[in-house]
Design a protein. Structure first.
Length: 276
């Protein structure tokens, strides 16, 4: 059985107006064309839907029972068409984002909010992971775009936008380094450090800075996430190095931020290159 949406619209219009003439005018059809659609629907269903004479048109009991069902079917199918068109022109669908946790907690919410104003039917799937995983998810097309940082040496990925951040030293207020206006890499090499783990974007920049300065740091702990690093600094395990924009520090009244590391932290929006 093949139901035609035009035939269903014709049936609903006649049922609502109680008139073939008014229904035809509503649908911008001639009355004979409307009659053909109603007869075709009745033939497809094998049922009589209207009792009609020269003066009146009324739904049969079967027609009354079918009206809400066909109204719902029409509503659902029209929305399927709307959604399909929206998917086709990019006005709907899901954007998969792989993102560093620090960006997920700072810049990303505002970016998503702005995008929702332009394309309200689009939803967002966010995976907050370390930099190496951001690159892998985008490379394997498990994410559409990535928000990451540090150096990008993957020829399969393209930088869509880049911004600059600075690395700063985070330490307790009572720590000796807290009294200094500026902290050198030599100062940092002489104190226990809480550095984010290998594979994170900040760690790659920090390791490069120490290597270029020919300094060997004393690493006390290597957590994966900045929030964990901040907690360990608060507990007195050492000092850490984070991007200046990191929100993890702002809610910590017992910690202070000092400029020190001169390396630039590059934040990037990336996507996979088109292979065709």
């Amino acid at each position: 059985m093949d139901l035609n949406l035009r035939d269903i619209r014709a049936f609903i219009a006649v049922a609502q107006t109680g008139s073939f003439t008014q229904a035809a005018a509503r649908l911008h059809l001639s009355q004979p064309a409307l009659t053909v659609q109603i007869r075709r629907l009745e033939g497809t269903l094998g049922l009589r839907l209207f009792d009609r004479n020269s003066r009146n048109v009324a739904l049969t009991p079967t027609g009354r029972d079918l009206l809400p069902l066909l109204q719902k079917s029409l509503h659902d199918m029209e929305h399927v068409l709307i959604d399909a068109r929206a998917l086709g022109d990019g006005a709907s669908g899901t954007v998969r984002i792989a993102c560093l946790p620090t960006f997920a907690a700072s810049s990303l919410p505002e970016l998503v909010q702005d995008l929702k104003k332009s394309v309200p039917r689009v939803s967002f799937e966010v995976r907050d992971v370390v930099a190496s995983m951001v690159n892998a998810l985008v490379r394997n097309e498990e994410a559409d775009i990535g928000l990451t940082g540090g150096a990008l040496d993957d020829a399969n990925l393209e930088v869509l936008h880049a911004g600059i951040d600075r690395l700063v030293v985070v330490c307790p207020k009572r720590h000796p380094l807290a009294k200094r206006r500026r902290i050198t890499l030599g100062d940092l090499a002489a104190t226990p450090l809480v550095l984010t783990a290998q594979g994170t974007s900040v760690r790659a920049v920090v390791d490069s800075a120490f290597s270029n300065a020919r300094c060997v740091p004393e690493i006390a702990c290597e957590p994966t996430y900045m929030m964990s690093a901040v907690a360990m600094v608060r507990a007195g395990l050492g000092v850490t190095i984070l991007p200046a924009s990191a929100r993890e520090v702002r809610a910590e009244p017992e910690l202070v931020v000092r400029p020190g590391v001169t390396e630039t932290f590059v934040a990037m929006l990336i996507e996979k290159l088109d292979s065709e």
